[in-house]
Design a protein around this ligand. Structure first.
Ligand SMILES: Nc1ncnc2c1ncn2[C@@H]1O[C@H](COP(=O)(O)OP(=O)(O)O)[C@@H](O)[C@H]1O
Ligand SMILES: [Mg+2]
Length: 327
């Protein structure tokens, strides 16, 4: 990779790109957010309820400018904390959804091939083709470069870069991420190096469908995101679904937490708690009873085996028992 034409962050924008609002601005915690507790309180204003462990991890990631690596079951709030953090920091959220086979051309940048061809044809038609060298310079101009999420994040300040579900990508992609996260720069052979003036705050998430390599984790502040406790989950339901009665919220959360204790293929996350509550509200329920619980299991358990298991354990009786023990 050549590096002869060093280019720097937002200064590298072409004429067609919207200028970054404040080149070089850092995604800073707002005044008053001086420790994990005040960060948790500020996140709550944005509808996100973090426990002490997560608030501490996020606080350290923000203050030490380290990528935050969040691992945990699906639906425990890994993706949504980066949205709340971006709001809080007044930063743009740039999201890279990982998938099997993702590579640099989808994550970093790509050349806009059709536009290059059009330019070439137009130059030929106008008789403006001077020499190969000049033509190449014209074709590999910044305006023909398509910024994919990582480059977008480097060129936007302040920004939060969410690299979501990194466990879905392959090993080679992790190596690529490692390079970007250590340099916060992208080398483009035809153009030079684009470096972030202000590195974005990076949040990586993994549902742990496979182990992510140590080397990548080592760069980051790691936090395992657990399912919330009872009181927090009830508060999340009330924050996310205002207007839901406390009784219904408590009963649904009790049932979901009891289901998580079972040996299920896919234990329900907070997302399912919210879906289940919404389904029950849509049916006009103000509390959870045996019939409704069984009839609406489809919003909380998405595997046939799990539904059968839930039916076999008599979920309503389980809820009654748990409530009776005085949660
Ligand atoms: N701590 C929390 N505070 C507020 N909402 C939450 C919290 N945890 C999860 N949620 C909600 O639950 C749903 C699933 O969260 P999400 O971030 O998509 O989970 P994950 O990325 O871990 O799969 C979202 O609607 C999110 O808003
Ligand atoms: Mg997610």
């Amino acid at each position: 990779m050549t590096d002869e034409q060093p280019r720097t962050g937002t200064a590298a924008h072409g004429a067609d790109d919207p200028p970054a609002e404040d080149p070089g601005a850092e995604a800073r915690l707002p005044p008053g957010v001086t420790d994990p507790a005040s960060l948790a309180a500020a996140l709550e204003q944005h509808g996100y309820l973090a426990d002490t462990g997560l608030a501490t991890a996020a606080y350290l990631a923000c203050t030490l400018r380290r990528p935050l690596f969040l691992e945990g079951d699906a639906g425990v709030g890994k993706t949504s904390i980066s949205q709340a953090l971006a709001h809080l920091l007044g930063a743009s959220l740039v999201r890279l959804q990982c998938y099997e086979g993702i590579d640099a051309s989808q994550a970093l940048y790509d050349w806009n091939f059709p536009a290059q061809i059009l330019h070439l044809r137009a130059a030929e038609a106008a008789g403006q083709v001077a020499g190969t060298q000049e033509l190449e310079t014209q074709l590999y101009d910044r305006r023909f470069l398509v910024a994919r999420p990582i480059l977008q994040a480097l060129e936007t300040a302040p920004s939060v870069l969410l690299i979501d579900e990194v466990d879905r990508a392959d090993d080679e992609f992790e190596a690529l991420l490692l390079e970007v996260l250590s340099e916060f720069a992208i080398s483009i052979p035809e153009l030079g190096t684009i470096r972030a003036v202000q590195p974005p705050l990076v949040v990586l998430t993994s549902n742990r469908t496979r182990e992510v390599h140590d080397a990548l984790k080592r760069r980051c502040y790691y936090h395992w995101v657990d399912h919330p406790g009872f009181a927090r989950e009830v508060a999340i339901v009330q924050a996310r679904l205002p207007g839901v009665g406390e009784r219904l919220a408590r009963e649904v959360v009790t049932a979901v937490q009891a289901l998580r204790e079972q040996d299920l293929l896919k234990p329900p996350g907070v997302a399912e708690t919210l879906d289940w509550t919404e389904a029950l509200v849509a049916l006009g329920a103000d509390h959870l009873d045996a019939d409704r619980a069984t009839a609406t299991l489809g919003s909380v358990l998405k595997f046939r085996e799990d539904q059968e298991r839930a039916r076999s354990i008599d979920i309503a009786a389980l809820v009654d028992r748990t409530l009776a023990t005085g949660q």
